[in-house]
Design a protein around this ligand. Structure first.
Ligand code: F6R
Length: 262
């Protein structure tokens, strides 16, 4: 795991946007795994700026979103379809047929989930999977106790996740859908690279457990310790409970020095 600690959310966004941009410049038909939630919004805004000012081209990009609530239509104001359209897709030049988001209204859920996995494989697999992390260590909607080998399926959301998402549903926990379709932990682990973003002190415990704790289904993000190419980009507040902050900063500074000299 590479841990990059930045002083602020703005800097975290800048570093992660550069990682995605560099990958896209190297591979114009990049396959991106996308997350919703508040954390990646700044990243999407930065990529939109790069598209508008530098002509960063998304015309050959394919995307797969991690998850979607079950039981609300795609055009619902709080669906992840609407979120992605509002915060990213409508502002870049990505063809809509290249954007994949789990279908919350699919009748045959199991068949849909199998097809979603097959579509990812047919696209050549995910090159970079963008991830946020829940306070309880979830990635996607893989709540604590999710199998570390799980694939795309329906999950019931925990009370903590319902409460965290209530602000998007008019501050009403009751209004938050109780289930979601989510890529599994195993699906996420198949991505060639994972880019986990976290900001703020409320994520500090989850980050410490995920990065320095034991690998356990109780903290699904901890399995990323087994992933050969995971980059964790966090701000100082989210790094507050990490033990090896100095070492992570030293590693990053050395890498920057090497890159600028070479
Ligand atoms: C969203 C997702 C979730 C979020 C996580 C953090 O697609 O998969 O795992 O990344 O709940 O959400 P925020 O960024 O709102 O704190």
């Amino acid at each position: 795991m590479e841990i990059i600690i930045q002083p602020t959310y703005a800097k975290l966004v800048a570093v992660s946007a550069e990682i995605v941009r560099d990958a896209l410049l190297k591979k114009p038909n990049l396959v991106l795994g996308l997350a919703t939630g508040s954390t990646p919004i700044g990243l999407y805004e930065a990529l939109i700026r790069m598209h508008k000012t530098d002509g960063l081209d998304f015309s050959e990009v394919t995307t797969f979103n991690l998850d979607e609530y079950v039981g609300i239509p795609p055009n619902h104001p709080y669906s992840y379809h609407t979120f992605m359209e509002t915060h990213f897709f409508s502002a870049i030049n990505i063809p809509s047929e290249n954007c994949h988001i789990p279908q919350s209204t699919a009748v045959a859920h199991e068949e849909f989930c199998e097809r979603y996995e097959a579509t990812i494989v047919a696209a050549g697999g995910i090159d970079i999977q963008i991830l946020g992390i829940g306070k309880d260590g979830h990635i996607g909607f893989n709540e604590p106790s999710s199998s570390l080998g799980s694939r795309t399926r329906i999950k019931t959301l925990t009370q903590s996740t319902l409460e965290a998402n209530a602000p998007h549903f008019g501050d009403s926990v009751d209004a938050v859908p109780k289930m979601a379709i989510t890529m599994g932990v195993g699906t996420i682990m198949d991505a060639k690279q994972c880019l986990l973003l976290a900001s703020g002190e409320s994520k500090a415990a989850a980050i410490a457990h995920a990065v320095e704790g034991p690998i356990t289904a109780e903290v699904p993000a901890s399995v990323l310790q087994m992933h050969p190419r995971t980059i964790v980009v966090i701000d100082e507040a989210a790094a507050l409970q990490l033990k090896r902050v100095d070492y992570y900063k030293q590693v990053y500074a050395n890498k920057q020095k090497l890159l600028s000299s070479g």
